[in-house]
Design a protein. Structure first.
Length: 118
């Protein structure tokens, strides 16, 4: 199976467990990966046969920016659930990066993979 990736989707969200984090928006970066059939899509060259990653990313940005979760794990899970419910995606990988989480680290992230229940 082929994979379609969107890397470094920037969002601004309320996220965190500390009181100060509940009062500010923080920059997060989100990576998405989902299975696709690029062979079929490339033969037709028709957007109707492809995943509309513009619509998918708009949905993720809107969802993340309206959320107010305490944990990046929760945000990642809910994004995966949203994508599996709203789009014809059978399997998704979501990585949520919170670069400001640890003072001496370049990045902190969670990576999850979820599949549509059959």
């Amino acid at each position: 199976m082929d994979k379609l990736r969107v890397a470094g989707l920037e969002v601004s969200a309320v996220i965190g467990i500390h009181a100060w984090e509940r009062n500010v928006r923080q920059r997060l970066s989100i990576d998405l990966e989902f299975e696709t059939d690029a062979a079929r899509t490339s033969l037709s060259d028709d957007i109707a046969d492809a995943h509309d990653y513009s619509a998918i990313t708009r949905e993720v940005v809107t969802f993340a920016e309206r959320s107010g979760f305490h944990l990046i794990e929760t945000l990642a899970q809910r994004i995966a659930m949203l994508l599996l419910e709203e789009f014809p995606i059978s399997r998704v990988k979501v990585v949520v990066h919170k670069p400001s989480a640890v003072a001496d680290a370049r990045d902190t992230s969670i990576e999850i993979e979820r599949a549509r229940q059959r």
